[in-house]
Design a protein around this ligand. Structure first.
Ligand code: 4AD
Ligand code: MG
Length: 434
């Protein structure tokens, strides 16, 4: 029998009846004295490998006795259909070799662990089924994001992480930058995206963003990924239409391709199946009235907090837009609403099931003098924004865009409690390791 070079577990069904070699990690072992079972994992699936004492060499049988959870091994043998085995196939082992042993004090045991312990052992925690399922949903969401924009002819523009002009009001991470003073880690790529929109028409940037926020909520990370499209000649209305089409596309893609992962996560997929554009839109001023009627102490002019957001989506199956917030509650670059100068043309998209804001978007202020006045009002250094103001001086244009937070979106789609599980190595106020 010829031995196929070396196979991934997911490929084994196509090698039924053939001899293969498989490499991976032991998840558990059991033995009845004459027959031994290894359940192993290689990232593509689970495999049950069966050793019969008198069908393998004494050395291979001895090596079985040394296997512990997470020992890395190679098994060689014949792929056989077996309805009871994970994946529908098992391996009849001819030989077993050990690459790396794993001492019996491997931190993650098949029992309940506290969250801090799991986060301290994130490098191992990632190997568990639930964390792998989340990681694969994230991977699918990222691919869906790229496909969505590629199919619609947006150009990807990679914006800088070391920046001089800051975008948002939240906390900044600074680092010394040679003789040029302090560089700030990007809170957003938007300002650069706006410049690029005048070059390419429709662009998006997608990368890590940083906020030194002292918030210990289940929705805040200090480093998170954000995708930010920017479209020349889109107004705020067009912007919201793009957002609902985008979010519906992402959810549909995960439903189409990641059912096993959603099942592993015990996600109620019927809730995700309802996520289809258009989404309801509530004017900020109406939202305040709704909230007050529900007993909230919010006043016109306040930004909306997490509790307000939950109250607004209560009873809704699909995301909800809240649009045209008061100027004082939002960033300096948003366009003043011509119909009500106290407000700006913007929106937040709130996910259902209490997941809160997943998108912040707006039409941008395209009037040079109004933008300059806002920059001064916010006490920002005008010097650092000269290039940004120039965009309003040389061929200003109506334009809009938004930012979707990747971890919040993945957290919602996966139905997980805290977004720190939606990124491989989360960064929060009190966590920089592993
Ligand atoms: O609403 P934000 O602050 O908007 C911007 O940064 C704009 N410049 C986007 C744009 O118009 N191009 O952030 C956008 C999204 C939020 O809706 C949220 O999903 C996510 O980024 N986000 C966070 N995610 C995790 N941790 C944090 N600390 C986050 N802050 C914002
Ligand atoms: Mg926001």
């Amino acid at each position: 029998m010829t031995v196929v070079p070396y196979s991934r577990i997911s490929e084994l069904p196509s090698h039924s009846g053939q001899a293969v070699r498989v490499r991976g990690w032991v998840t558990h072992v059991r033995s009845s004295g004459k027959v031994a079972f290894i359940v192993m994992r290689d990232g593509t699936g689970l495999l049950q490998a069966v050793l019969v004492k008198n069908a393998v060499s004494p050395e291979a049988w001895d090596r079985f006795g040394k296997l512990t959870q997470e020992t890395s091994i190679e098994v060689e043998g014949e792929v056989r259909p077996d309805a009871r085995a994970p994946g529908g196939f098992e391996l009849g082992v001819k030989d077993l070799s050990i690459y790396g042993e794993s001492p019996i004090d491997y931190p993650i045991q098949p029992k309940e662990h506290g969250i801090d312990f799991l986060l301290d052992n994130r490098h191992f925690w990632l190997r568990t089924p639930r964390q792998r399922a989340i990681g694969r949903v994230r991977h699918e969401v990222e691919q869906a994001i790229r496909d969505f924009f590629y199919e619609r002819d947006f150009t990807l523009v990679d914006t800088p992480i070391l920046t001089s002009a800051i975008g948002e009001r939240s906390g900044l991470f600074g680092t010394e930058y040679f003789d040029l003073g302090t560089a700030y880690l990007a809170q957003t790529g938007q300002l650069y995206g706006e410049a690029a929109a005048a070059a390419f028409g429709k662009i998006y940037c997608f990368g890590p963003t940083f906020r030194a926020e002292k918030s210990k909520t289940r929705r805040h990370l200090t480093e998170f990924w954000m995708v930010e499209p920017e479209v020349a000649f889109n107004d705020s209305d067009d912007n919201m239409r793009l957002q609902e089409e985008f979010v519906s596309y992402i959810v549909a893609r995960v439903l189409e391709r990641r059912q096993p992962e959603l099942k592993e996560l015990e996600r109620d997929v019927s809730r995700l199946e309802k996520i289809k554009a258009p989404f309801p839109r509530i004017d900020y001023s109406d939202a305040v009235k709704i909230l007050q009627a529900k007993g909230s102490s919010v006043k016109w002019g306040d930004d909306l907090g997490a509790e307000d957001e939950s109250l607004l989506v209560e009873g809704q199956d699909i995301p909800v837009f809240i649009y045209n917030y008061p100027k004082q509650a939002k960033a300096f670059y948003m366009k003043e609403n011509p119909a009500d100068q106290r407000t700006v043309l913007c929106d937040d998209l709130l996910a259902p099931e209490g997941y809160g804001e997943i998108i912040g978007g707006s039409q941008r202020e395209d009037n040079h003098d109004k933008l300059l006045a806002r920059i001064k009002e916010e006490g920002l250094p005008v010097d650092a924004y000269n290039w940004y103001l120039d965009l309003r001086k040389y061929g200003t244009f109506v334009h809009s865009g938004f930012g979707l937070g990747l971890e919040r979106t993945v957290g919602w789609i996966c139905g997980i409690h805290h977004i720190r599980e939606a990124i491989a190595f989360p960064r929060t106020m009190n966590r920089l390791r592993p």
